[in-house]
Design a protein around this ligand. Structure first.
Ligand code: NAD
Length: 359
């Protein structure tokens, strides 16, 4: 492998341009983008122009990227249905992979991807950027140093009041595998489990609804969408049990008659509690008893992170160059997919379902 990594992009849509390409462009001394694939050639050409990559190869078939022995690593930023095959093919072709979240449509796919990563010895990183935020880095250290005690419960929320994505395929179950649970619940659940040390889930119970989004009277703040094509849930709730006795509850919505749009997790530990938010000035609060008095603590030295998206890409490149383990291993993505499988199944059966993360 050359010192400067050669990168291929598979998918050149919103997140490729808004996150991955910005990340690679931020470290020109470590990597260069040499090929862009999108099934829509116009989109690939647009991305090429936006980033001034005149010399980059443009293709509509990702196999062209995998057949190029010069390319060391790829970003996979296609809709969820098209994560598994390019990932497995890329790993088998000896490329490192940064794959967008959710890792897969379901746990069965995620298991095949984790297996391919293990067999290839290449890095499989899931693009779950929330753990790269300043507040996440700060709280993770605070927890690691024992200040929270044992975290036995967390309440995770990724709620949008009227935020159905009207572009792409986000309302199409066949292409996405689900709605807000798998699309944005994935972020807040990952952040929560990351802070809890990724305990192993054993079972989950949940329920989904699609009532609000199906009703055109409920205007979407983000712009209108075709109600007849809405095949995912608009709201999901779940409770997940872990093998260490911890429990997490999760709420996620594209539409809900809720207060605001909370994107946060509340962690309950034996020594302290914390609320961590995805963004904003009030991104982290800690609740602690000191000398018998109760304090709400506001940290003042949260590290400044320009962009968690850019940091995750930089972490991917550094892991490859320095021979380190995946900064966000495929197994974490599998855990999340397995939880979602159980929650969707539980919504249908009305019972608590087992979560299987073995592969
Ligand atoms: N991490 C985040 O915060 C975040 C945010 C948005 C989207 N995403 C994820 O990124 C992925 C893509 O979302 P997006 O918003 O960029 O969607 P998008 O629709 O803007 O872009 C997807 C692109 O993939 C292309 N494509 C489809 N199938 C392909 C294939 N087989 N080969 C090559 N290109 C193909 C499409 O033509 C399109 O240009 C999804 O998995 C989504 O969950 C993550």
């Amino acid at each position: 492998m050359s010192q400067k990594l050669k990168i291929g992009l598979i998918g050149a849509g919103g997140i490729a341009r808004g996150a991955h390409m910005k990340g690679y462009a931020s470290i020109p001394d470590k990597c260069e983008m040499v090929a862009i694939c999108d099934t829509n050639e116009e989109t690939a050409l647009l991305a090429q122009k936006e980033f001034g990559l005149d010399g980059a190869k443009i293709t509509t078939s990702y196999q062209d990227i995998l057949n190029d022995p010069e390319i060391d690593a790829v970003s996979i930023t296609t809709p969820n249905k098209f994560h598994m095959q390019p990932t497995i093919d890329a790993l088998n072709a000896g490329k490192h992979v940064l794959c967008e979240k959710p890792l897969a449509m379901n746990a069965a796919e995620a298991k095949l991807m984790c297996r391919a990563a293990k067999d290839s010895g290449k890095i499989l990183q899931v693009a779950l950027q929330m753990r790269f935020s300043g507040q996440a880095l700060f709280l993770q250290k605070f927890i690691e140093n024992g200040n929270m005690g044992d975290i036995y419960y967390a309440r995770a929320k990724a709620l949008r009041r009227r935020g159905v994505p009207h572009w792409g395929v986000f309302i199409d179950k066949e292409k996405q595998g689900g709605g807000p649970l798998i699309d944005i619940g994935v972020h807040i659940l990952d952040l929560t489990l990351f802070l809890m040390g990724y305990p192993k889930p054993v079972s989950a119970t949940g329920k989904t609804w699609d009532v609000l989004a199906k009703n055109p009277e409920n205007k979407n703040f983000w712009g209108e969408f075709d109600r007849t094509k809405f095949t995912v849930e608009d709201f999901a709730v779940g409770m997940i049990r872990f093998d260490n006795g911890a429990v997490v509850t999760l709420e996620s919505s594209f539409m809900a008659n809720a207060e605001g749009d909370p994107f946060e997790s509340q962690l309950f530990g034996t020594e302290a509690g914390a609320t961590i938010r995805g963004w904003g000035d009030d991104a982290l609060s800690i609740y602690k008893q000191i000398d018998g008095q109760y304090f709400d603590l506001k940290p003042h030295n949260i590290p400044k992170v320009e962009s968690a998206h850019v940091s995750e890409v930089q972490a991917f490149v550094d892991a490859i160059l320095e021979g380190k383990a995946s900064p966000v291993p495929g197994e974490n993505g599998l855990t999340l997919n397995a939880v979602f499988d159980a929650l969707y199944k539980s919504s249908e059966t009305g019972h608590e379902e087992l979560v299987d993360v073995s592969y």
